[in-house]
Every structure is written in structure tokens, then in C-alpha cells.
Design a protein around this ligand. Structure first.
Ligand SMILES: N[C@@H](CCC(=O)N[C@@H](CS)C(=O)NCC(=O)O)C(=O)O
Length: 189
């Protein structure tokens, strides 16, 4: 979404995680996606790719010097503790000792509840204006909400629900949610 918003032209190579192409591992041996390559530059973290794009073109000021620290804090909470809870929730078989109730309660008190509180004050995470924090975080909340479609209504987190709906229905999100053919190194460039 950040790349599309910034208007930087990119070639997207969807890969199979089960059969990672040698060309990916050659530039980024850690083997996770996304990876962005631009001439000699290789960026291996999605958040860094987003920031790289916005540093070049950010027409609606999704990120600024004033908001960078608070945005980093939200992303750290998302990528660390919330991502762990999301995995527990998505793959309960891998965590037989942790109950669903416990995961839900921790995710709500740690992350989803605080987001809902922020959204009571303004339509977006950092206030009245959309920002990189919204764009970077809502896809993870979307994944969480997709595990049990009844959960969000039962949660009572109505500001979170409204925010999630707005972002998952946005023209920008819909415009990038395509299925791309899988890239193989034998695919003609
Ligand atoms: N913090 C990294 C996480 C990247 C990540 O873990 N991506 C997953 C896919 S969503 C992956 O590539 N996993 C490697 C694998 O399953 O082999 C980022 O945001 O770029």
C-alpha cells in the first residue's frame, strides 16, 4: 500500500515460501518476504520498505519527523507482542498449553483495546488524519478478526471495527490486493 500510495513503480515478484527462488536468497539470505531491491539497495523489512517509499513521496504526510517516534512505538508493539498473540490465535494447535480465552484477553488488553481507545479520540491511530501507523497495523488486526468473524461484534470494540472496515474497504487496499502469478527464476523477465 505504501509503495502504491507513493507512486514508485515496482515490479512485484510473488514467490512460493516453500520453494524460495535462488535469486531471492542471493540478495536476502534470511529468506523472508517482502524484500525490496532498487539498484544496489536491498531492504529486508516491510516497515523499512514503507518508510523508504514515504521518504521519497508522501503527498498526505503519512509520516513526519513529529510522528516518527510514536509510529515506531506502535509498530514495535505490533511486530513484537501482538504478532506473537496473533500467531497463538491463528495456530492454536501449536500452543496447546494456552487457552483461546487467554490469548483473546491478552490481545485485547495489550493492543486491540488501546487501539480502540485511541480511535475514540480521532478517526485514526494518531488522531484525525490517516498515517503510516494505520496502514502498517490494520492488516494485522484484519488477520486477527478473520479468525472468527463473530469475534469483533462480540468484543464491543466498536471503534476498532469501524476503523478496520474503513481500511479493508478502501480503494487503495482493494487496488493492491491482487493474486500475482508465482515468480520462478525461469520466468522470463
Ligand atoms: N519483520 C518481517 C517479517 C517478515 C516475515 O516473517 N514474513 C513471512 C511471510 S508474511 C516470511 O517470509 N516467512 C518466511 C517463511 O515462511 O519461510 C517484515 O515485516 O518484513
Amino acid at each position: 500500500m505504501a509503495l502504491a500510495y507513493s507512486g514508485i513503480p515496482v515490479e512485484i515478484r510473488e514467490i512460493s515460501l516453500r520453494e524460495k527462488p535462488a535469486s531471492l536468497l542471493a540478495i536476502s539470505p534470511k529468506g523472508t518476504v517482502p524484500v525490496l531491491q532498487s539498484d544496489d539497495l536491498v531492504i529486508e523489512q516491510s516497515y523499512d520498505i514503507m518508510k523508504w517509499a514515504l521518504k521519497q513521496f508522501d503527498p498526505d504526510q503519512w509520516l513526519s519527523a513529529e510522528t516518527e517516534n510514536v509510529t515506531d512505538e506502535w509498530i514495535e508493539k505490533n511486530d513484537g507482542p501482538f504478532k506473537k498473540l496473533l500467531d497463538q490465535y491463528k495456530y492454536p494447535d501449536r500452543y496447546p498449553d494456552i487457552s483461546l480465552e487467554e490469548t483473546l484477553s491478552q490481545a485485547t488488553s495489550l493492543f486491540l483495546g488501546p487501539i480502540n481507545e485511541e480511535l475514540k479520540k480521532g478517526a485514526y491511530l494518531l488522531g484525525p488524519k490517516i498515517s503510516l501507523a494505520d496502514i502498517a497495523i490494520f492488516p494485522f488486526v484484519r488477520q486477527f478478526a478473520m479468525v472468527n468473524p463473530d469475534w469483533i461484534d462480540q468484543s464491543g470494540l466498536k471503534f476498532l471495527k469501524q476503523w478496520l472496515n474503513e481500511h479493508t474497504e478502501s480503494p487503495l487496499f482493494l487496488s493492491v490486493m491482487h493474486k500475482y502469478p508465482t515468480w520462478h527464476d525461469s520466468t522470463p523477465e
